[in-house]
Design a protein around this ligand. Structure first.
Ligand code: PMP
Length: 398
């Protein structure tokens, strides 16, 4: 039965995760995985989340099935977070939101919906991108290609190259875009570049699929969602995958949402019904706990304010580490472009480390980074930053 299974390696992140767990050196430090840890190196339990959990448990509600698309207050809260309070689209009834199994589940169901609508279409992802984008769309039956994205010279996005590549894609191609905090590079498009990209996508008949896994970690909750809002204002049809894993520090609870924006309410109803059928056929109903907690936090004024405050503190803590890391590394290696770490956004940075340097960093200095040079800045804190900087310094010197 199983003899024909071809050996397939895990993706690099999961491979390193397993190698890290098996590493017996006491000083090992994991900058390879995408998890935010606080100033003491712990995955935080957010205050608002803890309070919401208490309230939820005190209610002792029956553990019945949740609607396929999730509850209405949850879906409304997700849309408000994406589109902004009072946004026109919130009352136009042309956006369908379904609770999903994390951001990954939103991408998966969105890919399944698109596979029904546009079989054989090309999917273009950024080069580089989060490993799973390519796999998820390939699994759904698409041919996945990429568009140039990163400028290694500047440490920023290479929008002219990206734009030129998108202009050559056949109409009807699906383009996966990171709304903010690009993973793995940390390089985001500027507001002007988004303002140019949104009408370009529309003119070229490309289907935007926005992935927003780090809303709140870039500039703030509103600014990070600005690309989503520009697409909404443009009137075009598009997909959005939201993840609450990072912003609520609820990784294992698997909370996310898929939002599909249609041209009008009738189209919205059609695509929503299709998405619900696809959920029914894959895992039937979404998971209660995490979404219930997110719903309580987002719909309670005081809890929401406290969540926003704590999320802001997480963002500022990462920013502080970015500045310290960039400044000290730049001082020691002014020709390596380490200053870009300061400008990059979100939990990750492309440091410009070569694969050999990343291997030395791991083997000789017990610091795990991806071989692409991606580090998780959100795992750096005041206790380990000097060690990280010294280790990178040593790995670069060889
Ligand atoms: N998209 C991107 C760009 C991500 O980095 C991640 C998480 N690493 C996800 C989606 C998936 O998030 P989740 O853990 O909620 O499935």
């Amino acid at each position: 039965l199983f003899a024909g299974i071809q050996d397939a390696p895990l993706d690099p992140i999961m491979r390193l995760f397993e190698a890290f767990n098996a590493d017996t050196r006491p000083g090992k430090l994991n900058l390879a995985i995408g998890v935010y840890t606080d100033a003491d190196g712990k995955v935080p339990r957010l205050r608002a989340v803890q309070e919401a959990e208490k309230r939820w448990i005190d209610k002792a509600l029956p553990k019945t099935y949740r609607p396929i698309e999730g509850t209405k207050p949850f879906r409304d809260a997700v849309q408000e977070l994406l589109f902004g309070e009072g946004a026109k689209i919130l009352t136009e009834n042309r956006a369908a939101t379904l609770q999903s199994v994390g951001g990954t589940g939103a991408l998966k169901i969105g890919a399944d919906v698109l596979a029904k609508l546009k079989p054989g279409a090309t999917v273009a992802v950024s080069d580089p991108t989060w490993e799973n984008h390519r796999a998820l769309f390939t699994q759904a039956g698409f041919t996945v290609t990429d568009y140039p994205y990163f400028n290694a010279e500047t440490g920023g996005a290479d929008y002219p190259a990206m734009r030129a590549a998108l202009e050559t894609l056949p109409a009807g191609s699906i383009v996966v875009l990171h709304a903010c905090c690009h993973n793995p590079t940390g390089a985001d498009l500027t507001a002007e570049e988004w303002a140019d990209l949104v009408p370009l996508m529309q003119q070229r008949g490309l289907v935007p699929f926005l992935d927003i896994a780090y809303q709140g970690f870039g500039i703030d909750l509103d600014a990070d969602a600005e690309p989503v809002r520009l697409f909404a204002q443009s009137g075009q049809e598009f997909f959005v995958a939201s993840s609450f894993s990072k912003s609520f520090s609820l990784y294992g609870e698997r909370v996310g949402a898929l939002t599909i924006v249609a041209a009008d309410p009738a189209m919205r109803a059609k695509v929503e019904a299709l998405a619900k059928r696809l959920v029914r056929w894959s895992y039937s109903n979404p998971i209660t706990h995490g979404a219930a907690i997110v719903e309580i936090v987002l719909t309670d004024k005081a809890l929401r304010a406290d969540w926003e405050k704590e999320l802001g503190q997480m963002r500022e803590r990462i920013q502080e580490m970015r500045v310290r890391m960039a400044d000290s590394l730049h001082q020691r290696h002014p020709d390596r472009g380490f200053e870009a770490i300061k400008v990059q956004k979100g939990m990750f940075s492309y440091t410009g480390l070569t694969p050999d340097e990343a291997v030395r960093l791991r083997d000789q200095h017990e610091v795990y980074a991806l071989e692409t040079g991606r580090v998780c800045v959100a795992a750096i804190n005041t206790h380990n930053i000097d060690r990280v900087v010294d280790a990178i310094d040593a790995a670069v010197k060889g």
